[in-house]
Design a protein around this ligand. Structure first.
Ligand code: ATP
Ligand code: MG
Length: 420
């Protein structure tokens, strides 16, 4: 117990951390290009926010939340997604009073009590975008293009974009009626959850992973045939913009998304290379959410992208990456005077932007050189009494073995010349 992380959680370090830094760097760079600002919301919120904001017919609310009472007896929930918290912050800070749209992104640990399987963790990380303040399909296209751009920048080829429209509440009512009629006598054969969905939100039956339910709805009517003129126009314009942007997609009427709050556009980026949990990114428009959690009626679009699944997809394509540590220079030492001096020389180099390392363990000279190799030092030198007293050192190129005589006082300038 003591030496094992809780089920469904993972430590991230070493080679893995390099991938995370690379991916997060690209996310931040892209968001900066798109004028999307970072927001950091609390890891926990009032439970009520998720009941209202995520919807109480969803798997998340019904089964997956980490909910507890704090010492003040308030019901608190670790965020199972970030949209509700960002929407809360948007209202709380009056962001709707600013010139719209408001464009926000987050990179956030997220918590769901899930059954353990490949691609599912209990603490995972999402990169997400939320854009508020416009009903135009241009905003849908902009949000989608952020994810498409990230996937392109990472060079991932196996991910496909699927889009659909769920229409407005009127289209949905029309479709729900059709779908209930279609399921008709088969109601008894649906799984227990879908029987409940049939009553409360029949559209979500399309999202069921049970084989039995999948079969029943195989030839179900399509929601796209139930769209009103405005919703139809919205979807057509979105497709025209994506076409013009050169973003490839397929229309998939089975995409309905697990959350209750979506309206009109929904989309997923999926891959077949990482097993059954192949949805890397999911999102859509949610024009009713801000009102639902207490703000003014506001058009909004966003997505949540699972970073662990994105990394699984990357590795499925490129294989594991090797961890190669690197340092610019190792300042070895012999004797007390050299040892003390080496600490200060190393600090001075680090301040100058050189990746320097020295002995902080008390190794023998031989062991120090072995260590310098291990950490990938490109240069090394040894400081002893003579070197310090006479201001003279031998700088060794660890790759070629070449040695150059130098003044210790000139080392910083020399290193800068090599590494800048
Ligand atoms: P799924 O169908 O896989 O359960 P979901 O609809 O619950 O997904 P969303 O709420 O849309 O997922 O979350 C967005 C993304 O976050 C998913 O597409 C996925 O990449 C990632 N994600 C969701 N749950 C997990 C989890 N338990 N572990 C790892 N990643 C997850
Ligand atoms: Mg889920």
């Amino acid at each position: 117990m003591l030496t094992q992380a809780p089920k469904g959680t993972k430590d991230i370090f070493g080679a893995e951390m390099q991938i995370w830094h690379d991916i997060e760097g690209k996310m931040r760079e892209i968001c900066s290009n798109f004028g999307i600002e970072e927001i950091r919301t609390p890891i926990f919120e009032h439970t009520e926010l998720f009941l209202r904001g995520v919807g109480d017919t969803t798997d998340i609310v019904q089964k997956e939340m980490y909910t507890f009472n704090d010492k003040g007896n308030r019901s608190i929930t670790l965020r199972p997604e970030s949209t509700a918290g960002v929407a809360r912050a948007y209202i709380e800070h009056g962001m709707h009073n600013n010139a719209q749209p408001t464009k926000l992104y987050y990179i956030a640990p997220t918590f769901r009590y899930e059954k353990m399987q490949a691609g599912r963790q209990r603490q995972f990380h999402q990169f997400g975008i939320e854009m508020f303040g416009s009903y135009s399909p241009a905003l849908d296209a902009e949000v989608i293009s952020v994810a498409a751009q990230l996937i392109e920048k990472l060079g991932i080829e196996s991910i496909q974009l699927k889009i659909n429209s769920l229409g407005c509440p009127e289209c949905r009512a029309k479709y729900n009626k059709l779908l209930r009629e279609f399921i008709g006598d088969n109601l008894d054969n649906l799984c227990k959850e879908c029987k409940d969905r049939y009553e409360r939100n029949p559209l979500r039956v399309l999202d069921c992973k049970e084989e039995g339910c999948k079969k029943i709805i195989e030839n179900a009517p399509e929601i796209l045939d139930c769209l009103c003129d405005e919703c139809k126009d919205h979807f057509e314009t979105l497709k025209a913009i994506l076409d013009e942007m050169g973003i490839k997609y397929v229309v998939d009427p089975q995409i309905v998304r697990g959350l209750d709050y979506y309206t009109r556009t929904v989309f997923e980026f999926v891959t077949t290379t990482i097993g059954a949990q192949g949805t890397v990114c999911g999102g859509g428009r949610y024009d009713n959410l801000i009102e639902e959690v207490g703000g003014p009626k506001t058009g909004a679009v966003g997505f949540g992208l699972g970073i662990e699944r994105l990394i699984l997809t990357l590795k499925a394509q490129n294989g594991e990456i090797e961890y190669k540590p690197e340092r610019d220079i190792y300042i070895g030492s012999i004797g007390k005077k050299g040892f003390v001096k080496s600490q200060a020389v190393t600090l001075a180099l680090r301040k100058a932007g050189i990746v320097a390392e020295c002995d902080t363990v008390g190794r023998s000279v031989k062991a120090q050189m072995k260590y310098a190799n291990k950490i990938g030092a490109k240069y090394s030198l040894i400081l002893g009494d003579d070197e310090v007293d006479n201001d003279s050192i031998s700088l060794k190129n660890m790759e070629t073995g070449e040695v150059e005589a130098l003044k210790l006082s000139e080392l910083e300038a020399k290193m800068k010349e090599i590494f800048k």
